[in-house]
Design a protein around this ligand. Structure first.
Ligand code: SIN
Length: 326
């Protein structure tokens, strides 16, 4: 039997509220051993080791917690006795942690991240089943080498592309036009595709001892948005992610501010507030190619990649290359 380490960080999967209800609960209350006790069948899948590293609402995650979590998981996976890791996490920022781990875990062993939309005390809580299927994926031979994956509502997503797309329904995750990697049915695993983007053991970031990340902020463009926000953000950040309209677009005032600030060394990435599509170089909105196109990344995922990139290089061409590779 394989051994899977469950690394618990909190979230709604560990949330407790009024018995049976789905609202007005506190995330990160139950300990992981209490959740596992409610899924006796999980012990038929694998030997389970429990590691309660945090018990927080995922809105309390931050770069230093990502760094510590990634180090803990790398240490666990380096042990011959551990065959894979399942991370339990709040759904609100699960997408960001999934991408940070995708870029920084240095192992081919599977890392699965999951959570829940209903607290553990709700009727038909979804967390125990998501956790069961995550362990089933973590022990599956085909999961080896596939990097970090999310499991939610019997669907397998890549750590790069998983996004929260619904703030109410149990089926809350998707990877939009990129579909999904596969499906689960109880302990059965059905893979259909794999990501071609570099991850985990192939990632340049997983080879580095990262202890600190530079400040990168996100700004949102809307009709009439003042460019002053860019100057304000630039005072405290090395990089800025633009959540532009359409194909990562903005007004001429914003273009001028981006040109000014790029000349002062601020690094910009263009993403979009539109949730599907891809951002390329653009001759109209970025005529001097000062910005890095955000590819298919959401703004919050582009921020993760820019923070890691800036921790290694300030060369714009190299960073463009990174944004194509990862
Ligand atoms: C959280 O992200 O910790 C709260 C929301 C959730 O887990 O669904």
């Amino acid at each position: 039997m394989k051994t899977i380490a469950i690394v618990a960080t909190g979230g709604t999967i560990a949330g407790v509220g009024q018995a049976g209800k789905t609202i007005a609960y506190h995330a990160g209350e139950f300990k992981i051993d209490q959740i596992i006790e409610s899924i006796p069948m999980i012990n038929e899948l694998a030997n389970i080791e429990e590691y309660q590293v945090l018990n927080v609402d995922s809105n309390e995650m931050n770069p230093s917690r990502w760094i510590a979590l990634s180090k803990t998981i790398n240490e666990l996976l380096a042990q011959d006795t551990i065959d894979g890791v399942v991370v339990t996490h709040g759904t609100d920022t699960l997408d960001e942690t999934a991408y940070y781990l995708t870029l920084t875990i240095n192992s081919q062993k599977p890392v699965i991240i999951t959570g829940a939309m209903r607290p553990a005390s709700a009727t038909s809580a979804d967390g125990p089943f998501n956790l069961y299927e995550s362990v089933a994926l973590a022990i599956h031979d085909e999961a080896y080498g596939q990097g970090v994956m999310g499991v939610f509502s019997s669907t397998i997503y890549s750590g790069r592309d998983i996004q929260k797309v619904n703030n109410f329904k149990v089926d809350a995750f998707d990877q939009k036009s990129l579909g999904c990697l596969g499906y689960m049915q109880d302990q059965e695993v059905y893979f259909y595709s794999k990501t071609f983007k570099k991850h985990t053991y192939l990632s340049r970031f997983s080879k580095k001892d990262i202890n600190e990340l530079p400040h990168v902020g996100i700004v949102y463009f809307y009709a009439g948005a003042s460019a002053q926000i860019l100057y304000d953000m630039a005072q405290y950040h090395e990089g800025i992610i633009i959540t532009g309209s359409g194909s990562g677009n903005y007004s001429q005032d914003w273009l001028k501010a981006i040109e000014d600030l790029s000349n002062q060394g601020i690094v910009f990435v263009r993403c979009s507030r539109v949730t599907q599509g891809i951002i390329f170089n653009d001759e109209i909105f970025d005529p001097h190619h000062l910005c890095i196109p955000g590819n298919t990344l959401t703004p919050q995922k582009a921020r993760v990649l820019l923070m890691l990139s800036l921790s290694q290089t300030h060369d714009l061409e190299e960073m463009r290359h990174i944004f194509n590779e990862y």
